[in-house]
Design a protein around this ligand. Structure first.
Ligand SMILES: Cc1cc2nc3c(=O)[nH]c(=O)nc-3n(C[C@H](O)[C@H](O)[C@H](O)COP(=O)(O)OP(=O)(O)OC[C@H]3O[C@@H](n4cnc5c(N)ncnc54)[C@H](O)[C@@H]3O)c2cc1C
Length: 331
């Protein structure tokens, strides 16, 4: 049986792995079969991760994090967790391959996915003018014309923030009125750089290698028109990847995993959560990494408290009548 299994290979998962491995906890990290490396694999230059003054490509940063985690003994499995049993002191993780692993503790760091519009040009030009993160990419659009898609609080916040860089920000919204709170709306309405395009949806994102415009469809009469611009920020929501733990861990009203205060402790002892899956607000690589640190340190304390109580999880499993972990064949 493992001391700890980390689920997720983004900045939170790999940082938790670095700390856990350096604490001799010999972590197993389940990285995903197709999306290993997390959200930064979908981007180009990362200019705001400390330590890289010349910027670093997202995939290169993730490769370095993995290298660092493996250097101290992290084992990385390229598979997906398809089932999770967190009841009792022995946690069981089932992978897509059918293999199961047991551990005394789990760090859940599966991130969150920005909602997509779901059109061809959006996917093709993602990272080349299509962005899901104003904090991350706003800086690249100095004196440019851009659009923000969405009508909620985060869309208004992103649009207002982006006026620090862009010369013009269109807000594209499907209806005639916004969902955003009154104060966020008023702030956006008062900003001279923001122009609202009502009753409109993005039918396509235009451009070969970079965004040159969008095709707008009028939601009332169906007519279309092109709007030339340099970038599109999609701000239509974010879905924390929590489907594995529905009805197992408590969630917040935002759909993120509930954790106890500033810790990574979830509602189930021995299960810790870190990164964007617990964070409805900041969602940055460096905050996710910091959160991974918290999780690894919490795991250490948890395991130490089990040892202090003279009841490592393996013994507790036998007491509870669960199968002997060693006989199941952990990794
Ligand atoms: C396009 C884009 C550009 C960005 N640019 C920046 C930037 O410049 N600077 C910055 O600070 N932040 C940036 N961000 C935000 C940053 O990427 C995230 O805040 C950060 O990656 C979150 O880290 P995480 O470890 O919590 O989750 P993620 O990076 O999302 O990683 C979660 C991982 O868990 C895996 N996973 C999920 N479910 C399972 C499962 N069942 N089994 C196994 N694995 C699973 C996923 O496949 C993924 O690999 C950007 C985000 C996007 C989308």
């Amino acid at each position: 049986m493992r001391k700890v299994i980390i689920i997720g290979s983004g900045p939170a998962g790999f940082t938790a792995a670095i700390y856990a491995a350096r604490a001799n906890l010999e972590p197993l990290l389940i990285a995903s079969s197709v999306e290993a490396g997390g959200e930064l694999m979908n981007t180009t230059e990362v200019e705001n991760f400390p330590g890289f003054p010349e910027a670093i490509m997202g995939p290169d940063l993730m490769a370095k994090m993995q290298e660092q985690a493996e250097r101290f003994g992290t084992v990385v499995a390229y598979d997906d967790v398809v089932e999770l049993d967190v009841d009792g002191p022995v946690k069981t993780v089932t992978l897509g391959s059918g293999k199961t692993h047991e551990a005394e503790s789990i760090v859940f760091a599966t991130g969150s996915a920005p909602r997509k519009i779901g059109i061809e040009g959006e996917a093709r030009l993602s990272g080349r003018g299509v962005s899901y993160c104003a904090t991350c990419d706003g800086f690249f659009f100095r004196e440019r014309t851009i659009a923000v898609v969405g009508g909620g609080d985060s869309a208004m916040e992103e649009a207002t923030f982006l006026t620090k860089f862009a010369s013009k920000v269109y807000v594209i919204h499907r209806r005639e009125e916004l969902r955003a709170s009154k104060i966020m709306q008023e702030r956006a309405f008062a900003n001279e750089k923001i122009e609202f395009v009502w009753n409109s949806e993005v039918a396509d994102v235009l451009g070969e290698d970079a965004v040159t415009g969008i095709l707008l469809r009028d939601t009332v009469d169906g007519s279309t028109r092109e709007l030339p611009l340099d970038g599109v920020f999609v701000a239509i929501g974010n879905d924390p990847r929590t489907h594995l733990v529905h009805n197992k861990l408590d969630l917040t009203e935002h759909g993120t995993i509930w954790v106890d205060g500033r810790s990574s402790r979830t509602s189930v002892p021995g299960v810790f959560a870190a990164g964007d899956v617990i964070d409805p607000t900041y969602r940055q690589a460096v905050t996710a990494a910091g959160s991974g640190t918290v999780a690894a340190l919490d795991v250490e304390h948890y395991l130490a408290s089990l040892a202090d109580a003279g009841q490592p999880a393996a013994d507790a499993a036998e007491i509870d009548g669960l199968p002997d972990a060693a006989a199941v064949g952990a990794a």
